[in-house]
Structures are given as C-alpha cells and as structure tokens.
Design a protein around this ligand. Structure first.
Ligand code: NAD
Length: 246
C-alpha cells in the first residue's frame, strides 16, 4: 500500500500508454482506464503492476465505479491523468450537434467527472491532477470548432480546480500537446495539415508519445511540488510562433 498509484484514462494506446509505461518505470502502480476493452486487456496483460479497468469517462456511474475499482486495486490514488480524448474535425457548418456532444462528453465532461470523483482520494495523498488539453485549445484554427473549444475549456477547468484544490495541497496542471502521430491524430490530420505542422513547428517534426509522457510524469511527481495551475505546451515551439494552420 506504500507504492504510489496513478490513474490514467485513455491508457490503452497512444500518449496514455506511454504515460503508463513511464509511471511503471518510476516504480508506481497504474490503474489503466479505457472504454476500448479489447485493446486495454491486451496491453495490460503485457505489463506488471497494472489493473485494466474498462470504463467510459463520460458516464458518471462508470466513473464512480472506476474510482472504486482503483481503490480496490491500489488502496490510494496519487495522480489522476485525464488523458482520454476524442477528435472530430470539420467546418463549423458540418459540425452536427451529435458531433459536438461526442467531443464534449469525453474531452470536457470526462475531465470534470473524473476530477470530482477522485478528489476525496487525492486529498488523502495530497496528490496531483494532470489534464491533457491541446495546442488547439490555445490557438484557434479552422476545422476544430468542437475539439478546440473542448480543449480550451479543459485549460480553464485546470485553473478553476487549481484555485479550489490548492488548500488540500492537490496540484492541478495541464499539458497541451502539439501533434503526435497516434490513432487519434492520424484519423483527422490530412496530408495538408501534416505538411503545415512540419513547416510551422520550429523543431520541424511531430512529437513522440514518450516526449509527452516525460512532462506529464514530471508534473505529477514531487519534483514539481510548487507547480500548480500551469498550462505547459509540449509542442516543439509551435505555440510560440503564431504561425497559422489550415
Ligand atoms: P489515442 O486515440 O491514441 O488514445 C486515446 C484513448 O482514449 C483511446 O485508447 C480511447 O479508447 C480512449 N478513450 C476515448 N474516449 C474515451 C472515453 N469516453 N472513456 C474512456 N476511454 C476513452 O489518442 P492520443 O493521441 O494518445 O490522445 C491522448 C490525449 O492527447 C487526448 O486527450 C488528445 O485530445 C490529446 N492530444 C493528442 C494530440 C495528438 O496529436 N495525438 C495532440 C493534442 C492533444
């Protein structure tokens, strides 16, 4: 029970899986949450010190069950990584209400619900919350009316929670990734967007899942004990340039 435990949502692949692996290297246990049961079960079976918990972060009852399952597994929660996300791109006129809701339910409602449900456990450990937003939440560009708005709201939620939970010594920070080649991004990045990113990013490349995980785990660790309410762009310098995207 002395071993620290991270609860990582969207852990079956991509940035969430890389974050899981880095927590394991740090000696933590990880409650791996995902609604994709097949992929989650497979990757969890390949790792020690993890528990696969098949839940949907946009459903309040499932989120409560997710916390119960995590506490049954590890007895504590030291870090909550709100990473589960979906992306759907399209012009404003083609953004149906169903599409808008799908994006908001996971990207925004999920962060709100998981944070609320984990707060009591995090008070016990004086733990940390790390939200994953996006450079699309920092900068407006075409096609991202739902996605960008959901991520801008996650940035504000980070500041709200940091202001309110500081008195319990719970730190709340946010990482805003630039582009990383994952299933999520490759489904919505056209060849035009990929080329534009390479030109617009000072480091002239996509980031890797591991480069994101390094900053996520640092902000969840004791090394960042005086950091809260911060939005850290891990984006190869993209946000510093002001260069636009298609
Ligand atoms: P990914 O698609 O590889 O992984 C996302 C995981 O979240 C999947 O396993 C999926 O099943 C899970 N998930 C989605 N909705 C869920 C729900 N309601 N409940 C439980 N699990 C759910 O994506 P990724 O690229 O690793 O993205 C991780 C996070 O990083 C997301 O929040 C995304 O918006 C953000 N992000 C990614 C990029 C990028 O370029 N890849 C850029 C900026 C921000």
């Amino acid at each position: 029970m002395d071993q620290k435990c991270a609860l990582v949502t969207g852990a079956a692949r991509g940035i969430g899986l890389a974050t899981t692996d880095l927590f394991l290297e740090m000696g933590w246990r990880v409650a791996m949450i995902d609604r994709d049961g097949e992929e989650l079960t497979k990757v969890a079976a390949e790792r020690d010190n993890v528990q696969a918990i098949i839940r949907d972060v946009s459903n309040p009852q499932e989120v409560d069950a997710m916390v119960r399952d995590t506490l049954a597994f590890a007895g504590r929660i030291d870090a909550l990584v709100n990473n589960a996300g979906v992306a759907e791109f399209g012009p404003v006129k083609d953004c149906t209400f169903d599409m808008w809701r799908r994006v908001m339910e996971t990207n925004l409602d999920g962060v709100f619900l998981c944070t609320q449900a984990c707060t009591d456990a995090l008070k016990e450990t004086q733990g940390a919350i790390l939200n994953i937003a996006s450079i699309s939440g920092l900068r407006a560009s075409t096609l991202r009316v739902a996605y960008g708005t959901s991520k801008a709201a996650v940035i504000q939620l980070t500041k709200q929670h940091a202001a309110e939970l500081g008195e319990y010594n719970i730190r709340v920070n946010c990482v805003a990734p630039g582009p990383v080649k994952t299933k999520l991004s490759m489904a919505v990045h056209s060849p035009e967007i990929i080329a534009a990113y390479h030109d617009a990013i000072p480091l002239n490349r996509y980031g890797s899942e591991r480069e994101l995980a390094e900053v996520i785990c640092f902000l969840c660790s004791e090394k960042a004990s005086y950091v809260t309410g911060q939005i850290v762009a891990v984006d190869g310098g993209f946000d510093s340039t002001g260069v636009g995207l298609p």
